[in-house]
Design a protein around this ligand. Structure first.
Ligand SMILES: [Ca+2]
Length: 448
């Protein structure tokens, strides 16, 4: 690791406090799930206001169409295939109603797998840069102590380490799963309300020094409980949608509205502490919508490599640094977050680590075009490549070659009309796959 670069100074030579950084990640929030992204049912006033006070991006993608690997790229700035976490950490037995007890859970994949300990996380580099670092909410990168956030660069942790819980019991299919630091705890309350309390607490406790907060909601992801009929949304937010609303849709939308209100409370707190101007806030989702989620005009949903699985909302706000009320169609991804946060903090990238993204601050600021021209995905046997306007998909749900500039819904397969483009995209995908195979191997899935 290289140390932070020299502290920035003003023209008069006085030290400048580097910006606070807050990364907010929703869980399974679809491209069309917010008012500012065209949803007329879901109430998301504070995120809509965030978009009005900042810039909203329409071509922002994640590295995998589901939770764990997508989040691994946020934490490391690297493709899942490079950092090793290229599939879910999840006990699939629960899908067949298998009930773990503490002893069987202790030796299950959820306890034994995690992000390779050689990986450098965004928490480590921000802490080395002098930031207070906190993660509140969903960690999803290993549940055993050696994988937990306090051992991976974060000073503060409140949340769950596995991939999903019941909002009220905080159990994952019967296993208590909420942590404070390295200790499992049990306390009453809806997960979103607890994360709200913790986020406000973290900001207040660190208001006099630079802080990095990774606020990772589990909302609006479905609950990890066997009883799918159990209500998971507080009544006060369900009531927003009135008695005539479809109950399933109202339950889902309520989780978004509750999260939205929490984000509003966070903005209000920044304002009260005088931190509003010097805080970069980015909001996004880890993958596309599922179930009751909406993906707008996009094809497919969570778990698929069509745009509905991988293109997500992204809003960036930093008063005076990011233009207000703009909509940008620049092509960007979650792998840009790591180098962007480093650049905002004035810190150097970790030595000897290949990052797959770049500093997007000039793009967020509306001062430059995105350098990103390509992106590649693999989920088991499903493959996809994006090169410029073209997208190639080969998957169990179908595939083809699509021109996203004229066919965002991936409806018209151009494979026959444009064999040259098809060959280019397949070739670029193969070159990327080769690069991943030749990268220094990382656990837990790779056979080496
Ligand atoms: Ca997710």
């Amino acid at each position: 690791m290289t140390a932070a670069t020299a502290a920035p100074v003003t023209a008069q030579g006085a030290p400048v406090r580097p910006p606070n950084i807050i990364l907010i990640v929703a869980d399974d929030l679809g491209y069309g799930d917010l008012g500012c992204y065209g949803n007329s049912f879901v109430a998301s006033p504070r995120l809509d206001r965030m978009a009005a006070e900042g810039t909203r991006f329409t071509d922002f993608v994640v590295s995998w169409p589901a939770c764990t690997p997508s989040r691994s790229s946020i934490l490391t700035g690297r493709y899942p295939q490079r950092n090793g976490l290229y599939d879910m950490i999840r006990n699939n037995e629960v899908n067949w109603k298998f009930q773990f007890d503490e002893e069987t859970y202790a030796v299950s994949p959820e306890m034994t797998l995690g992000l390779d300990l050689r990986e450098i996380t965004i928490g480590q580099v921000m802490r080395n840069a002098g930031y207070a670092t906190g993660i509140i909410g969903k960690w999803d990168s290993g549940r055993a102590r050696r994988f937990l956030p306090l051992q991976r660069g974060f000073d503060y942790y409140y949340g769950f380490a596995n991939t999903g819980i019941d909002y009220y019991t905080h159990e994952r299919y019967g296993i208590p799963s909420m942590f404070r630091g390295n200790q499992r705890i049990k306390e009453a309350g809806h997960a979103t309300d607890l994360f709200r309390r913790e986020a406000l607490r973290f900001v207040t406790a660190n208001k006099d020094r630079p802080f990095f907060l990774y606020l990772a909601f589990n909302a609006p992801h479905g609950a990890s409980t066997f009883d799918k009929s159990a209500a998971q949304s507080p009544e006060q937010y369900v009531h927003v949608y009135g008695p005539a609303a479809n109950p399933r849709m109202a339950q889902y939308a309520a989780l978004i509205t509750q999260m939205d209100e929490t984000i509003g409370a966070l903005f209000d707190l920044l304002s009260r502490h005088g931190l509003d101007e010097n805080t970069l806030v980015i909001f996004t989702s880890d993958n596309g919508g599922a179930g009751a989620g909406k993906n707008g005009p996009l094809r497919g949903a969570k778990a698929q490599l069509f745009e509905g699985g991988i293109r997500v909302p992204m809003i960036a706000r930093w008063p005076g640094r990011i233009p207000k009320g703009q909509v940008s169609s620049e092509f960007l991804s979650t792998m840009e977050l790591f180098p962007t946060f480093l650049a905002a903090a004035g810190a150097s990238p970790p030595a000897g680590v290949t990052l797959d993204g770049f500093n997007m601050l000039p793009v967020l600021g509306g001062r430059a075009r995105s350098r990103r021209t390509e992106f590649f995905w693999q989920r088991q046997s499903d493959k996809a490549a994006r090169v410029g306007r073209y997208k190639w998909v080969e998957s169990k749900q179908g595939g083809g070659l699509f021109d996203l500039s004229s066919d965002l819904g991936e409806k018209r397969d151009l494979s026959t009309e444009r064999p040259d483009a098809l060959q280019t995209l397949r070739g670029r995908w193969a070159a990327w796959r080769k690069e991943m195979d030749e990268a220094e191997p990382r656990g837990p899935f790779r056979d080496y």
